[in-house]
Ligand binder design. Structure first.
Ligand code: SF4
Length: 231
């Protein structure tokens, strides 16, 4: 399976009835400020370099963000923070990501989410999370040969990354490493190559508005990720 074929398969998935309804209803109702825009209204595939060194893993698309634009973290405030930080760190071509065709391009980096459809209240159920896990596993398997660092956004992203690696047969340290901003664990892949998993507070408005996550914190984290990527 190559990434394009995988994207095509993901984009037509209808395995979770509640999320199918939510994503499609959001695409019909539309937020007032986007009333003149078409909505994607489908599962959102990963975005970025097909042979990334850094992989960023988020929770799920936002109903009026990537569920509208079809590109991860594109068209919402969390994405504004994330792409600006990726650009400052040299991983993104431009500091914004507003729509497909805006010139954004990730270099050595890729973004994907644990759950591919926008969930109500940004909270997928456990069953929905588990239903979507094979898509994350399939994409991870495609890109892992080049990945050196995985940046897990929020506790949800952290758990999803460790679970997906464990399901792929990677030994996860015990007790399970705890999530925190700057948390770091190293795991050994088959063949003996080690990769790092870094925890990062999610750039949600809840965190950025309150100052729990600052630009400086993001910059320091991506500087760490860059250093870990260095040969
Ligand atoms: Fe399919 Fe994942 Fe969307 Fe569920 S959340 S419908 S498994 S793409």
């Amino acid at each position: 399976v190559d990434l394009h074929a995988l994207d095509a398969r993901i984009s037509v998935c209808r395995a979770c009835p509640r999320l199918v309804s939510w994503r499609e209803e959001a695409a019909v109702a539309k937020r007032k400020s986007f009333a003149d825009q078409p909505y994607w209204g489908r599962p959102v595939p990963g975005f970025g370099d097909e042979a990334p060194e850094i992989l960023v893993v988020g929770l799920a698309p936002a109903a009026n963000g990537s569920n509208r634009t079809s590109r991860m973290f594109t068209g919402d405030r969390a994405g504004d923070w994330l792409y600006a930080a990726l650009c400052r760190a040299g991983f993104a071509a431009i500091p914004t990501s507003t729509h497909v065709g805006d010139g954004q391009r990730l270099q050595r980096a890729r973004i994907m989410s644990a759950v591919r459809c926008a969930p109500p209240g940004n909270k997928p159920t456990t069953a929905e999370r588990d239903a979507c896990a094979p898509w994350m596993a399939a994409e991870l398997a495609e890109v892992l040969p080049t990945v050196r660092v995985i940046v897990a956004l929020g506790g949800y992203g952290w758990d999803a990354v460790l679970r997906s690696l464990r399901d792929a047969g990677v030994r996860i340290p015990r007790p399970k490493p705890r999530f925190g901003h700057g948390a770091r664990t190293a795991v050994e892949l088959s063949g003996g190559r080690c990769i790092s998993v870094l925890g990062c507070f999610h750039p949600s408005q809840q965190n950025t508005f309150t100052g729990r996550l600052t630009e400086k914190m993001l910059d320091e984290l991506f500087a760490d990720a860059r250093a870990l990527c260095a040969p």
